[in-house]
Structures are given as structure tokens and as C-alpha cells.
Design a binder for this molecule. Structure first.
Ligand code: ASP
Ligand code: MG
Length: 410
């Protein structure tokens, strides 16, 4: 007998019929002898609808009230799913965040879970019920409703799985697993049978949307085995697990691309201590995260330096005025911007023990005539910034160049 958490995303509970499907799946698993905790997202489109209502009321809604509204999406889905299970002949009870209780900090709209009490879930399971828990929501120490950020139901599921010591956390979604790259632009992409937490973290932070980043962090911290799979079929999906030899043997596990960054080039800054500290300190003060950074001697003069960096496109408009102000103060004559860029990355545990992976990536890009504008690396990732028009070409060339089109046993 196993204790299993099954999380169903918005499309999986997107209609009455689909909820009946969820109910049948949960009941079938329970009949095998397992104890089942179901976590649900809001029905697809519902969270956007609710947030839209709030924005119709006021341009900048109060964050506490936003969470009161947003949390209703999951409340509705949890009750409907419990009814669906009852209607299919099973026993179920819905539980909201404050009932469980999922205690979070007070950061409305992006709260972090502090603790989860298991007792209410356990007593529900002891009575032979399937516990249906509303994802995405929690409660702060004052009893106010909080939500965990967009995609937060994944985090609810993994955190609950960790708290109750579940044997596995199944994430049911509208794709059948994690792919070697985006199948929409690379026809030879294939499903990865098994991937490490660390690789998944890198892929998630590069924009692979299957799992919220925070959920992967929690899974890694507590060693929760996560199974990402389709709610529309029974085929095995992708297991996200701890590292082992078989995973380390694969040099590159996936190729990712991210079109959400913009490049900023500050030309001819003074070349002296404290300049970049001031430039990036100013960004940090405004809560703007910077990703890639390069500094080199300016073309114009040898006592000047050029600094190029990337930030989220969504932050660019807000950042422009003070970037220009700081850059000018630091001696720069000109700041250039480019939004027509993409960051292409390769990710794999095997990079730790294999030399020459970055060089191979650069050779593959060169062979396609693609110019690289910036590079950044981590222990298990190499990223290159290139012109956006080369996205598909680069992704396909890297995917095939690193042998990802062929099935690999992991
Ligand atoms: N319903 C929330 C959202 O759309 C949480 C989730 O689906 O994971 O972001
Ligand atoms: Mg999601």
C-alpha cells in the first residue's frame, strides 16, 4: 500500500467531464489499495478571469484582496472534484488551505509555505475518503488567505507530499512529460524518462513551464519523487528524482530557449572600482533581477569599459529611466537596447565530468553561421545569447548535435 499525491492542473479539471475523468482515476488508484490525496488547480482560464475582474475594479488591486479572489478558483475545483468522486461511487472530502492547514508567510500573491499540518489529511484518509485539497492557497499566521504565485498548485502538491511522507507525487497535466526540447519547434524532441532535480530546476528557470520552480526546489530538498504525466492517458511520463550514475552519464539532457529577456549595452563607462557595483546596486534596489553580465574594454578608449547585461523584457520599460541615469553618472555616452534576442541553453549533469561541452556548443552554432552575443555557464548549464531569428535553427542543431534525437536509457 502506498500513499500517493495526485495533482491535476487546470486543463485536467477544465470541464465537468474532465473532472469525472479525474474522479475515475483517483478511485481506480484507491481501489488498488493506495491512499490518495488529490490536489487541484482552478479550472483552466479561471485564475486569469478572477485576476481580470480585480483589475477591472482597480488598476492596482490590494494584494490581500487579490488572494481572497484568486483562491476561490481552487475552492470551486476542489468541491466539484469531491462531488465527482462521490458521484462515481467513491468517498471524498474537499479541504481548503486553512483547513489543512498550509501555513505561509504573509507575502500575498507570492507567499511561501512555512509548515503543513498533516493531521486533517490523515484523519480523512483513515475514514477511507479521498482527500481533495485546493492547490495554490494557504493561510498566514493572522488567518488571512494567501496564494503561492502563478503555477503554485505544483508547489502545494509537492509540499503536501513531503509533509505527509507520500511515496510519490504525480503531476497530471496536458503534456505527457518533460521533453528534451520544445516539440513545437523541434520535431525530433522526445520525452525524457528520468531527469534529476537539478536539471529540472535549470530547465524550469529557463522557462520550461511544466513545473513551478519552487515545487522542484521542495522536491529536491525533501527527496520527493515526482512523476510528470498526462491526465489523458496511462503512459509513463517523466520521473524527476535524485541523481545517480545513469543520470550523470548523460552529458546533455535537454535544450531550452527563453525569449523573455532583453539586452542592455552601456557603452564607455568609467573603468574604475565600484562602477558595476553602483550600476547593479541601483537595479537591485528597484528589485530588478539581472541575468547574463559581460564587461569588456570599450572599443572607444582603453580607460573605459562596456557593460552588457540581460534582464526580463517585462522589467525593461520600468528599468530604462534609471539605467540611463546611472549609466550617465558613470560616464557612459550611450545605452543601447535589443529585444530581438533569445537565450539558448543546454542542460545536463554529465557536464560536470565531461570537458569540452561548451566548446562543442559554440562549434555547432558556428557551423550554422550563428553569432553568439553573450555566454554564461553554471556547473550543469551553458547559455548563449543569439539573435531571435535563429531560435529554431539553434535549438534543432544543438538538439541533434548532442544526440538528443536518439532515445537514451537513463
Ligand atoms: N490556478 C493557479 C494559476 O493559474 C495555480 C495553478 O494552476 O497552479 O496560476
Ligand atoms: Mg501549472
Amino acid at each position: 500500500m502506498a500513499l500517493v499525491v495526485q495533482k491535476f492542473g487546470g486543463t485536467s479539471v477544465g470541464s465537468i467531464d474532465r473532472m469525472r475523468n479525474v474522479a475515475r482515476r483517483a478511485i481506480a488508484a484507491q481501489k488498488k489499495g493506495d491512499k490518495i490525496v488529490v490536489i487541484v488547480s482552478a479550472m483552466s482560464g479561471e485564475t486569469n478571469r478572477l485576476l481580470g475582474l480585480a483589475h477591472q475594479m482597480v488598476a492596482v488591486p490590494d494584494a490581500r484582496e487579490m488572494d481572497v479572489i484568486a483562491a476561490t478558483g481552487e475552492q470551486v475545483a476542489a468541491a466539484l472534484t469531491a462531488m465527482a468522486i462521490q458521484n462515481e461511487g467513491g468517498q471524498a472530502r474537499s479541504l481548503l488551505g486553512h483547513q489543512v492547514k498550509i501555513l505561509t508567510d504573509g507575502a500575498f500573491t507570492k507567499a511561501r509555505i512555512k509548515t503543513i499540518e498533516g493531521s486533517k489529511i490523515f484523519s480523512t484518509l483513515e475514514q477511507g475518503q479521498i482527500a481533495v485539497v485546493a492547490g495554490f492557497q494557504g493561510v498566514n499566521e493572522h488567518g488571512d488567505i494567501t496564494t503561492l504565485g502563478r503555477g503554485g498548485s505544483d508547489t502545494s502538491a509537492v509540499a503536501i507530499a513531503a509533509a505527509i511522507g507520500a511515496d510519490a507525487c504525480e503531476i497530471y497535466t496536458d503534456v505527457d512529460g518533460v521533453y528534451t526540447t520544445d516539440p513545437n519547434i523541434c520535431p525530433s524532441a522526445r520525452k525524457i524518462p528520468r531527469i534529476s532535480y537539478e536539471e529540472m530546476l535549470e530547465l524550469a528557470s529557463l522557462g520550461a513551464k511544466v513545473l513551478q520552480i519552487r515545487s522542484v526546489e521542495i522536491a529536491m530538498k525533501y527527496g520527493v519523487p515526482v512523476h510528470v504525466r498526462s491526465s489523458f492517458s496511462d503512459v509513463e511520463g517523466t520521473w524527476v528524482t535524485g541523481e545517480d550514475k545513469a543520470l550523470e552519464d548523460v552529458v546533455v539532457a535537454g535544450v531550452a530557449y527563453d525569449k523573455n529577456e532583453a539586452r542592455v549595452h552601456c557603452v564607455g563607462l568609467n573603468d574604475k572600482p565600484g562602477v558595476v557595483a553602483e550600476l547593479f546596486g541601483a537595479m537591485a534596489d528597484k528589485n530588478i533581477s539581472v541575468d547574463m553580465i559581460i564587461q569588456n574594454v570599450s572599443k572607444e578608449s582603453h580607460d573605459r569599459a562596456d557593460v552588457t547585461f540581460t534582464l526580463a523584457k517585462t522589467d525593461l520599460l520600468r528599468a530604462k529611466p534609471f539605467i540611463e541615469e546611472v549609466a550617465k553618472r558613470l560616464g557612459s555616452q550611450e545605452v543601447r537596447y535589443d529585444e530581438d534576442i533569445v537565450k539558448v541553453s543546454i542542460v545536463g549533469l554529465g557536464m560536470r565530468s565531461h570537458a569540452g561541452i561548451a566548446a562543442k556548443m559554440f562549434r555547432i552554432m558556428a557551423a550554422e553561421g550563428i553569432n553568439i552575443q553573450a555566454i554564461s555557464t553554471s556547473e550543469i548549464k551553458v547559455s548563449c545569447l543569439i539573435h531571435a531569428k535563429y531560435t529554431e535553427l539553434a535549438v534543432r542543431a544543438l538538439h541533434d548535435g548532442f544526440g538528443l534525437a536518439k532515445a537514451v536509457e537513463r
